[in-house]
Design a protein around this ligand. Structure first.
Ligand code: FE
Ligand code: MN
Length: 470
C-alpha cells in the first residue's frame, strides 16, 4: 500500500492544532492560525496550474541558540578549534536568510539536514520559530535531519570556561518540532525512518530521504557520521515514484549524505555507505538529481551511465552538494523548476547579511561588512590549522607562513565551489608550490585535490529533471 498507515496530519486542521498544541504554536501569529496569511501547503493540488516555481536549498545550518552560550572562553575555544562554522553570528545569518526569503519569496525552501550545531533541543526549538516566520511570509519549508540533529551526545551549552551538557532530541521530537515543515503535509511517510514524500508544487514531488543512523549514538558517545538508505526505504522510494509518475509529476531527491564522491580523496562517511545500491535504485526509477550537503563545501558531480559519452547522457545522475549555510561564503542554492519542460536550474547565492544588517539599522561593523569579515575569519582559521600542521617541518618560518597563506586562500575558494576552475593565480604562489614538495600527511594531499581542475561548474547547473513514463 502506498499511502502509509502512519497517520498523516494535514494543515486543514489548523484550528484543532491551535487548541491542542498551544505551546508549540506560541510563535505563530493568530492571523496564521485563522488561515489569513498562512499558506495551506497540504492543499497543493496534483492538478493545479503547471507554472514555473522558484525554490531554495540550504543545508548544514548548524544553528546554535543564543541562550546556549555567553560568548565566554569555553564558547570561543569551541569555535576556534572547530571546522570554520561561523557560530558567533549564526543567529544573524539565519535572520538575514529569513529576511531574504521575505524579499525574494521563493515558493518553498528545502533544508537538507544538520539543522543544528549538535542537536540541542533549544537550538531546534528556536530554529523552528525562525522557519515559522518564513512560512508566515508565504514560503513553505521542508526539512530532513542530518547526523548532528538527533540523540546527539555532543549537545552542549557554554558557560564561562565550562562546557555544559544540554538536552538533545529524539526522532519523535524531530517530527513534532518540525511537523509544519514537511511531516504534516507529507503524502507518504516511510515506516522505518524520517523519510517522507511531499508535493512541493503541481508536477513536482520531493523525496526527502533520511539517511541518518542514530541508534548507537549514546553508546558511541558521539553522533555517527556515516549514513545509509535502508532497503525498506528503497522499496518505499519505488512506490513513491510509481504514484508520482501516475500523476505525471517529476521527482527531486533530497538527502543529507552524498550519493557521489565530491573529492579525489575518499573520506569515509561522506557518501551513504550503500551508495552503489542507492544509485542503482535512483537510475532504475529515473531519478536524476540529488540535493545533498554534509561535506560543508560546494560541489556538483555527475555519474555518467557506463559507456555513454558525456554529451546528452540522459541517464546521468547529478549530486549537488550545497555548502554549509554556517560556513563562509554562507550560500544557498537558488533553484527554478518548470513543470512543463522539467528544466531545472541551480545557482549558488550567498546570503546578503550586510543588506539585512543595514536595513535593520544595526551598528556592528562586522555585520555591516559581513562578506569581508566572514571571509577573513574563515581564512584565519584555515591559516592557523595549516600553519600548525607545519610546526615540525623543515621549512623556514617565512615559508611556513606563505604555505599557510596559500592554503587558506585556496580553501576559501574550495568551500565556495570556485577553486577548481579559477585558481591559476594561487597555484603560482611560492607557498602553494612548496606544498607540492611535501608528500606525507593528509593536508598536502587535500591541498592538491582542492586545486584539481574540473569541467563541471560547482555553482550553477541546468538540467532536465527526468520524468518516468507511466
Ligand atoms: Fe554538517
Ligand atoms: Mn553532516
Amino acid at each position: 500500500m502506498f499511502y502509509s498507515s502512519i497517520p498523516v496530519r494535514h494543515k486543514r486542521n489548523w484550528r484543532l492544532y491551535c487548541l491542542c498544541f498551544p505551546i508549540l504554536l506560541l510563535s505563530v501569529s493568530l492571523n496564521g492560525c485563522e488561515g489569513g496569511t498562512m499558506k495551506n501547503h497540504a492543499a497543493i493540488p496534483a492538478d493545479g496550474p503547471l507554472s514555473p516555481v522558484q525554490f531554495w536549498e540550504a543545508t548544514d545550518l548548524h544553528y546554535h541558540d543564543k541562550s546556549l552560550h555567553d560568548d565566554g572562553t569555553a564558547f570561543q575555544s569551541f569555535v576556534s578549534s572547530g571546522d570554520g562554522k561561523q557560530l558567533p553570528y549564526i543567529d544573524e545569518i539565519l535572520d538575514a536568510f529569513v529576511y531574504e526569503a521575505g524579499i525574494k519569496k521563493p515558493d518553498f525552501i528545502i533544508l537538507s539536514g544538520d539543522l543544528t550545531n549538535n542537536g540541542e533541543r533549544a537550538s531546534h526549538k528556536s530554529l523552528a520559530r525562525k522557519l515559522a516566520r518564513i512560512e508566515e511570509q508565504g514560503t513553505s519549508v521542508y526539512v530532513i535531519p542530518g547526523n548532528h540533529d538527533l540523540f546527539n551526545p555532543w549537545a552542549r551549552a557554554f558557560k564561562g570556561d565550562r562546557q555544559v551538557v544540554t538536552e538533545s532530541i529524539t526522532d519523535k521530537d524531530f517530527t513534532d518540532i518540525y511537523r509544519r515543515f514537511g511531516y504534516d503535509e507529507a503524502l507518504s511517510r516511510d515506516r522505518q525512518t524520517l523519510s517522507y514524500a511531499v508535493r512541493a508544487a503541481p508536477g513536482l514531488w520531493l523525496l526527502m530521504i533520511d539517511s541518518i543512523q542514530y541508534d548507537n549514538n549514546r553508546r558511541l558517545g558521539h553522533p555517527q557520521t556515516d549514513g545509509r538508505v535502508l532497503p525498506s526505504t528503497l522499496a518505499w522510494i519505488d512506490s513513491c515514484v510509481q504514484t508520482a509518475t501516475e500523476e505525471n509529476a517529476r521527482v527531486l531527491t533530497v538527502m543529507h549524505h552524498n550519493i557521489l564522491d565530491h573529492s579525489d580523496i575518499n573520506i569515509p562517511g561522506f557518501k551513504v555507505n550503500n551508495s552503489g545500491q542507492v544509485l542503482k535504485n535512483l537510475q532504475k526509477n529515473g531519478l536524476n538529481l540529488v540535493l545533498s550537503g554534509h561535506i560543508h563545501m560546494q560541489d556538483i558531480r555527475r555519474k555518467l551511465t557506463d559507456g555513454d559519452s558525456e554529451i546528452a547522457d540522459k541517464k546521468a545522475v547529478y549530486d549537488i552538494a550545497t555548502s554549509a549555510l554556517a560556513v563562509n561564503p554562507h550560500q544557498y542554492g537558488a533553484m527554478t523548476f518548470d513543470p512543463m519542460t522539467g528544466r531545472t536550474t541551480y545557482q549558488s547565492t550567498p546570503v546578503d547579511v550586510e543588506g539585512w544588517a543595514s536595513s535593520a539599522g544595526l551598528t556592528d561593523p562586522r555585520l555591516l561588512s559581513f562578506k569581508k569579515y566572514a571571509e577573513q575569519s574563515f581564512m584565519g582559521s584555515s591559516y592557523k590549522k595549516a600553519y600548525k600542521s607545519l610546526r615540525d617541518s623543515k621549512f623556514s618560518d617565512r615559508d611556513k607562513r606563505e604555505m599557510a597563506d596559500a592554503m587558506a586562500r585556496l580553501n576559501v575558494r574550495y568551500f565556495a565551489g570556485t577553486a577548481g576552475s579559477g585558481s591559476g593565480d594561487l597555484l603560482m604562489l611560492h607557498g602553494f608550490k612548496l606544498w607540492s614538495t611535501v608528500n606525507k600527511g593528509f593536508l598536502p594531499r587535500y591541498i592538491r585535490s582542492m586545486a584539481q581542475p574540473k569541467a563541471l561548474s560547482n555553482t550553477s547547473l541546468e538540467i532536465i529533471l527526468n520524468r518516468e513514463q507511466p
